[in-house]
Design a protein around this ligand. Sequence first.
Ligand SMILES: C[S@@+](CC[C@H](N)C(=O)[O-])C[C@H]1O[C@@H](n2cnc3c(N)ncnc32)[C@H](O)[C@@H]1O
Length: 290
Amino acid sequence: MTPLDYEYLRKLLKERSGLDLSSDKQYLVESRLVPLAHRYGHSGISELVARMKGGGEALIADVVEAMTTNETFFFRDKIPFDHLRETVLPALLQSRAARRSIRIWSAASSTGQEPYSIAMVLKEQAQLLAGWRVEIVATDLSLEVLEKSKSGIYSQFEVQRGLPIQLLVKYFTQTGELWQLNADIRAMVQHRQLNLLQDFSHLGSFDIIFCRNVLIYFDQDTKASIFGRIAKMLEPDGVLALGAAESVVGITSAFKPYPDRRGLYCLSMAPVARAGATPHALRAVASAAR
Ligand SMILES: C[S@@+](CC[C@H](N)C(=O)[O-])C[C@H]1O[C@@H](n2cnc3c(N)ncnc32)[C@H](O)[C@@H]1O
């Protein structure tokens, strides 16, 4: 790959997916695109780039897709899912009691472990949510990961990463070496292809948005733009969850940290966050519901 090939790919990837490659990531590009070049019958990246310059949206989409990092696992970082169960959900059960509906968006859902972890947390509270409309929308740029997510089929290795054994036994069916999520959990999640660089206001408003481990690949301006647009889609008392290495600090003033709940953020204009909602609060909601 020549320096000019690298510059061409860097610019294209930034425009198409937001991926912000520094000047020293040639090894990453090579490890991802040499196999793709071979699949297309080319000897290496220079030939692939020459073909891309000749046009071909399908090839460009494959290149963009090959450069996405899809690493994920069930209940990744654990804490956001504990907060969901112990703080966010109890608060929503109270504040949404009249309309009895909750909308959640997993904004870079990869192969589905994140939206399905959310679905299992909610399913575990099925008694409290009886009669409620619960929507989980899973979106990603990559069609390949969305297809896998829709299938709900995971390897032994994947179900061993982060998933408590009792949830595996309860919500999955084993077929040979693979495990498939049961249809009722799969049905809780709607999948759509979506590029976060583009307008996403058509998705409507959400009570909870998980946008985790994707913004780390973008530059500051792109992050700020996405935060600004996410802020418009979050209900005034809604909650944003970011990845463990991500933060809004120094990027946007639209969000502030949710008090005492690491990884969670609320709108800066939000009413005072309901810090202190605990399993005890959840039990109180549960007994009121009985
Ligand atoms: C590292 S995974 C994170 C998965 C999950 N949120 C988690 O934290 O485990 C990042 C995902 O972001 C997706 N992605 C990358 N660029 C994107 C973009 N511009 N719009 C939407 N999704 C994108 C990738 O395809 C990938 O599946």
